[in-house]
Design a protein around this ligand. Structure first.
Ligand SMILES: Nc1ncnc2c1ncn2[C@@H]1O[C@H](COP(=O)(O)OP(=O)(O)OP(=O)(O)O)[C@@H](O)[C@H]1O
Length: 577
C-alpha cells in the first residue's frame, strides 16, 4: 500500500526502509553518546558534591568511542542506502514507466496533453529521485526518532517532556493546514507551467504558419502572459507557504525557552536534579534538529505528492494485453458488426460495420470526410478495441492478440510520414531492425528512392534533419514505403497521399506502391478515384456505416454514393483556375 503510494519498486521499497532505519539508528546513537557523556558527568559532579567514588574513566571513554564509531558506520550506511541506491531505483522507475508507455493504448495518448505526459516522465521522475535521495527517508526517520525520544522523555520526567515536546503537535497541525492549502497551489503552479510549455511548443512547431499569418506579435504577447501566470502562481504559493512554514518553525523554536522555564522552576523547587535539567535541554536541541531539517524541505515534499499522483496515474493506466500466440488462417481482415466510439461518453463513430478485406486483394475505403475510414484502419491494427462486434485477422479476434505481436504482421504507410533525425539508412531500417545495408538499399531501390538518395551529400549516410526536414513530401513518402517494404509484412494499411505530387513523383510513388502491395492484404484509405478504380473491392463508409460495398465497376452501375463521388471528383479535376 505504502509502496504503491510512494511509487517504489519492491527493491526500492526495501532500500527506502534501510534508509529510514539508518536515519533512526544514527540519531539514536548520537543521543546515546550524549547519555553516556551525561552519565559520566553526573558521576563526576556526585564525586565533587558528596565525595562518592569517581566513575571509571576508561570504560566511559571506550563507550563514547564505540558510540562515535557506530555513528560513523550508520551515517555511511544511510548515505549509501539513500543517496547511492536511489539512483538505481530511479533508473528502475524510468524503465518501468517506459515499458508501461510502450504498452499503453493509443486512447491514453489521445486523452493526455503530450507536454504534460513528457513532464511526468522527466520532471516528476527527477523530483521523485531528488526527494528520495534527500528528504523522504529523513522525514520517516525523524518521525520514528521523535516518537522513541518522546516515549523515553515522558517515561523519565513527564513534566519536562511536555514542556519540551508540546510544539511538535502544534507545528504538525499548522503543517496539516499548510499541506491542504499548498496542494491547491501546487496544482495551480503545475497547470500554469503546462500552459506555458504548450504555448511555447506550439509557437516553435507552427512557426512557419504563425509567420505566414503575421501572428508573431500576438503569440509573443501570449507567451509573456503565460510566463507572468507561472511567476504569479509561484509567488502566491511561496507567500502562503512561507507564512505557514514560518509559523511552524517559530512554534518549534519555543521548545527550548519552554523547557528552560519549566526546568528552572522544577530545579528551584528541588523536584529535579541539575544534570537531568541539562540533559533535557540537550535532548530538546537533538530532537528539533531533524525536525527543522524536514521543515526546510516541506514544500518540496508537498509538491512531490502531486508528482506521485501523476506518476501513479501513468503506472496504473490500463494497458492492452493479449496472447503472444497468434496463428491466423491466412490474413483476411474481417469486420463483423463492429461498433465503436472514442470514449465512453462519445457518440458512436462506427455502427454495425461489416466487410472483409481479402488476402491478395486491394480493398479501398472511401466516403465523405469523417465517415470512419481512418477509424476502421486503427481498429484493424488494434490501436483501439471495438466496443461491439469483432475485427478478425485470419479468423482470430485481434482484441485477443498482444498488440506488438499483431503489429509485426502489419506495414503501415500514412500520409503524415514520421521521420527521425538520423541518416536515410537508419530511417529505412526502422522497418526491420537487423536488416543489412544491402537489404536497406534493395528496399530503397524498390521504393524508387535510390536516385534522390544518391544525389544527397553523403548518400544513405546523410542526416535528414528533424522529421526529414531536408526532404520533399514525395521523398519522405517513398522513404516510408521503403521502410514498409523492408518489413515485408503480410498486411499493408495505406493512407493514400492527398498532396498533389508532380507527375514524375506520382509515377515513381505508384511504382513503389505496386511493389509493396503485391500479394498482400491491402486496406487503403483512398482519396483519388484513379486508385479506387484499380482496387478489387470498394467499401463506402458514410456516417459510420457501410453504405455500399463491391467491385468498383459494380458500384458505378448501382449509381449510388460511390458513383456520385466519382462524378464529383471528375468534375472537380476538370476545373481550371
Ligand atoms: N482520436 C479521436 N478522438 C475522438 N474522435 C475522433 C478521433 N479520431 C477521429 N475522431 C472522430 O471520428 C469520426 C470519424 O473520423 P475518421 O478519421 O475515422 O474519418 P475519416 O473518414 O477517415 O475522415 P477523413 O477522410 O476526413 O480523414 C470523426 O467525426 C472524427 O471527428
Amino acid at each position: 500500500m505504502l509502496r504503491k503510494a510512494l511509487v517504489l519498486s519492491e527493491q526500492g521499497y526495501r532500500t527506502f526502509w534501510h534508509g529510514v532505519a539508518a536515519c533512526v539508528v544514527s540519531n539514536l546513537v548520537l543521543m546515546g553518546t550524549m547519555v553516556i557523556v551525561f552519565a559520566a558527568l553526573d558521576g563526576f559532579l556526585g564525586h565533587l558534591q558528596t565525595g562518592a567514588p569517581l566513575p571509571p574513566l576508561g570504560p566511559n571513554l571506550a563507550a563514547i568511542a564505540a558510540a562515535l564509531a557506530l555513528m560513523t558506520v550508520t551515517q555511511v550506511w544511510q548515505y549509501r542506502t539513500t543517496y547511492g541506491a536511489v539512483y538505481a531505483e530511479s533508473e528502475r522507475s524510468r524503465t518501468a514507466m517506459a515499458e508501461r508507455i510502450r504498452r499503453l493504448p493509443l486512447s491514453f495518448f489521445g486523452q493526455r496533453d503530450l507536454a504534460d505526459f513528457a513532464s511526468v516522465v522527466m520532471k516528476d521522475c527527477a523530483d521523485h529521485e531528488r526527494l528520495f535521495s534527500h528528504s523522504i527517508p529523513r522525514l520517516f526517520g525523524m518521525g520514528i526518532f521523535v516518537a522513541i525520544m518522546a516515549v523515553a522523555m515522558f517515561a523519565f520526567d513527564a513534566r519536562l517532556a511536555a514542556a519540551a515536546l508540546w510544539p511538535i503537535p502544534a507545528a504538525a497541525a499548522v503543517l496539516l493546514v499548510s499541506w491542504r492549502v499548498q496542494i491547491g497551489h501546487t496544482r495551480a503552479k503545475s497547470a500554469a507551467a503546462l500552459a506555458f510549455s504548450d504555448t511555447l511548443q506550439e509557437f516553435m512547431e507552427c512557426n512557419r504558419q504563425i509567420r505566414a499569418a503575421n501572428l508573431q506579435d500576438s503569440y509573443l504577447n501570449l507567451i509573456d502572459r503565460r510566463i507572468d501566470d507561472v511567476e504569479r502562481s509561484k509567488q502566491r504559493s511561496e507567500a502562503v507557504n512561507g507564512t505557514l512554514v514560518s509559523a511552524a518553525v517559530t512554534l518549534c523554536r519555543l521548545a527550548l525557552p519552554s523547557t528552560v522555564l519549566v526546568g528552572a522552576l522544577l530545579v528551584a523547587g528541588g523536584e529535579c536534579s541539575l544534570i537531568v535539567y541539562v540533559g533535557y535541554l540537550v535532548a530538546v536541541t537533538r530532537v528539533y534538529e531533524p525536525v527543522m531539517a524536514v521543515l526546510e524541505s516541506i514544500v518540496e515534499m508537498i509538491d512531490l505528492t502531486h508528482s506521485l499522483r501523476r506518476m501513479r496515474e501513468l503506472i496504473d493506466a490500463p494497458i492492452m494485453e493479449g496472447s503472444e500466440r497468434f496463428e491466423p488462417q491466412g490474413h483476411d481482415i474481417s469486420f463483423e458488426n463492429v461498433s465503436f466510439a472514442y470514449g465512453d461518453t462519445a457518440e458512436a463513430v462506427l455502427s454495425g460495420v461489416s466487410f472483409t478485406a481479402h488476402q491478395g486483394q486491394v480493398t479501398a475505403l472511401v466516403g465523405p470526410s469523417g465517415g470512419g475510414k481512418s477509424t476502421c484502419a486503427k481498429l484493424a491494427a488494434r490501436f483501439w478495441d471495438a466496443d461491439e462486434g469483432a475485427v478478425r485477422v485470419g479468423g482470430v479476434n485481434v482484441a485477443e492478440v498482444d498488440p506488438e505481436v499483431l503489429l509485426s504482421r502489419y506495414s503501415m504507410v500514412f500520409q503524415d510520414v514520421v521521420l527521425f533525425d538520423g541518416t536515410v539508412a537508419d530511417n529505412i531500417r526502422l522497418g526491420r531492425g537487423g536488416a543489412t545495408d544491402a537489404e536497406v538499399r534493395a528496399a530503397a531501390r524498390a521504393a524508387n528512392c535510390e536516385d534522390f538518395v544518391n544525389a544527397l551529400p553523403q548518400g544513405f549516410d546523410t542526416m535528414i534533419g528533424e522529421n526529414g526536414a531536408l526532404l520533399s513530401g514525395g521523398e519522405r513518402q517513398r522513404i516510408s514505403i521503403a521502410r514498409a517494404l523492408l518489413k515485408d509484412a503480410p498486411i499493408v494499411l495505406l493512407d493514400e497521399a492527398t498532396a498533389s505530387l508532380d507527375v514524375e513523383g506520382e509515377t515513381a510513388m505508384q511504382q513503389a506502391l505496386s511493389r509493396l502491395l503485391a500479394g498482400r492484404t491491402v486496406m487503403v484509405i483512398a482519396h483519388r478515384m484513379r486508385t479506387v478504380m484499380n482496387a478489387d473491392k470498394v467499401v463506402v463508409l458514410s456516417r459510420g456505416t457501410v453504405a455500399e460495398q463491391g467491385p468498383p465497376a459494380q458500384l458505378l452501375q448501382q449509381n449510388g454514393l460511390f458513383a456520385h463521388m466519382v462524378r464529383v471528383q471528375a468534375e472537380a479535376s476538370a476545373w481550371k483556375v
